[in-house]
Design a protein around this ligand. Structure first.
Ligand SMILES: NC(=O)c1ccc[n+]([C@@H]2O[C@H](COP(=O)([O-])OP(=O)(O)OC[C@H]3O[C@@H](n4cnc5c(N)ncnc54)[C@H](O)[C@@H]3O)[C@@H](O)[C@H]2O)c1
Ligand SMILES: O=C(O)C(=O)C[C@]1(C(=O)O)C=C[C@@H](O)C=C1
Length: 361
């Protein structure tokens, strides 16, 4: 399936057709990415509205596929095994992969009824708190790990095909045992989701005047609390053992904090441990996290301001590592927070101020 990039997305009749089942955030993102490489994509969804929206976005055709080379199952976790097994039966020559956030139950479930060697489990580690085809993007997987968990009997060619597709969409394939994958994502995805939801739940009854003080910290911590509860209920149920084990440790830490706040002893040790933990997360492109600094720039709330700012930063020769935009309460200006390498921050501020921007650290 190695194909030349085709930004126009025109289908090349020589390329093997693919079926995507489930036209939500992930399925439509995969379909858009494949279309961008000229692959003939056929879409299917239990919800006709989602199917229509994905087709309207140019993600593929709603017509049935006769003999696809690949079927991507992108439905909710609890529906995944059945959809994979149905696809293996419906298209007896196709390689079938899924993208569910839990892998052990899915791979074990499919392995129990299929030994064709055509199933390869997978999980792109990219997503969003938004769901549905409108939230999809062909660029979603750019630079992100794409875990491949081949089943017991997966054939080498089948695994290779799924790896090629992951790479084609910008992902970085990482092969893992399904149970190891579940243990890892309990820590880096599933428990963070729970912590985010728990923090956000405290906001529900809070007075509006208190919420009005909310800054970026609480927004960072609660972003994924906006995710689809139905999807996450299935993910947490499907990975309950690994999630429970980590939550028990969190409960112990919470007890330590509570006790420390009661007897006024020091909570610093826990905070230091947390800081050291956050420093262990890999930085951009999977490398060691470089030291970053934030430069704040005021921009007028009018069209074209951001592109003018980005063009200027580019001319100054500083790379934007991360970006966030905040609106100042009651003012027609936005505050752009640009993260750059720490040793470039002062230079960027000086140059921006010289060219008329209000910039500071
Ligand atoms: N949301 C994320 O960040 C994320 C990231 C990586 C992987 N995943 C996994 O990807 C899968 C899809 O998640 P999503 O976020 O795209 O969800 P979504 O709700 O955006 O999309 C799911 C789609 O599947 C359709 N569907 C449901 N049951 C179906 C069935 N039996 N047959 C055909 N279509 C069916 C729905 O109508 C919907 O369009 C899940 O297994 C999830 O665990 C999600
Ligand atoms: O970045 C986000 O919004 C996500 O929630 C994406 C995220 C994650 O936790 O990293 C969520 C669930 C998926 O299974 C994979 C990716």
């Amino acid at each position: 399936m190695t194909t030349p990039a085709d930004p126009q997305g025109a289908a090349d009749p020589g390329l093997p057709p693919t079926v995507v089942i489930g036209c939500g955030l992930i399925g439509t993102s995969i379909a858009l990415g494949l279309r961008g490489h000229g692959i003939d994509v056929h879409l299917r969804d239990a919800d006709p509205e989602h199917l229509r929206a994905a087709v309207d976005r140019g993600a593929g055709s709603p017509e049935p596929a006769a003999d696809p080379a690949l079927v991507v199952v992108a439905v909710p976790p609890a529906a995944t095994v059945e959809a994979v097994v149905d696809a293996l039966r419906e298209w007896p020559r196709a390689v079938v992969t899924d993208v569910a956030s839990i892998k052990d139950r899915v791979v074990t479930g499919v392995d129990a009824v299929d030994d064709s060697g055509r199933f390869v489990g997978s999980h792109p580690m990219a997503g969003s708190e938004r769901s549905g085809p409108e939230a999809a993007s062909a660029q979603l997987f750019e630079g992100r790990p794409w875990v491949i968990t081949p089943g017991r009997s997966a054939a080498d060619e089948a695994v290779r095909l799924v790896e090629e597709v992951a790479v084609m969409l910008g992902g970085v394939p990482v092969t893992m045992e399904p149970a190891t994958h579940d243990e890892a994502v309990a820590l880096v995805s599933h428990v963070p989701q729970v912590m985010s939801s728990l923090t956000a739940a405290r906001l529900l009854e809070a007075p509006s005047a208190h919420l009005a003080l909310a800054g970026q910290g609480v927004r960072d911590v609660t972003r994924v609390a906006g995710s689809d509860p139905t999807l996450w209920r299935e993910i947490l149920r499907g990975n309950a053992v690994a999630v429970r084990s980590i939550l028990r440790s969190v409960r112990q830490d919470l007890d330590t904090v509570l006790a420390a706040l009661e007897d006024e002893s020091d909570v610093a040790e826990l905070l230091v441990t947390g800081r050291r933990g956050s420093e262990r997360l890999p930085g951009k492109h999977g490398g060691v996290q470089p030291e970053l600094a934030v430069v704040l720039v005021q921009v007028s709330d009018r069209p074209g301001e951001l592109s003018r700012l980005f063009a200027r930063v580019g001319q100054i020769g500083v790379n934007i590592e991360d970006l966030r935009i905040d609106h100042e309460l009651g003012r027609l200006v936005g505050l752009v927070e640009i993260s750059v390498l720490a040793d470039r921050a002062d230079h960027l501020v000086e140059e921006l101020v010289t060219s008329g921007w209000t910039a500071y650290r």
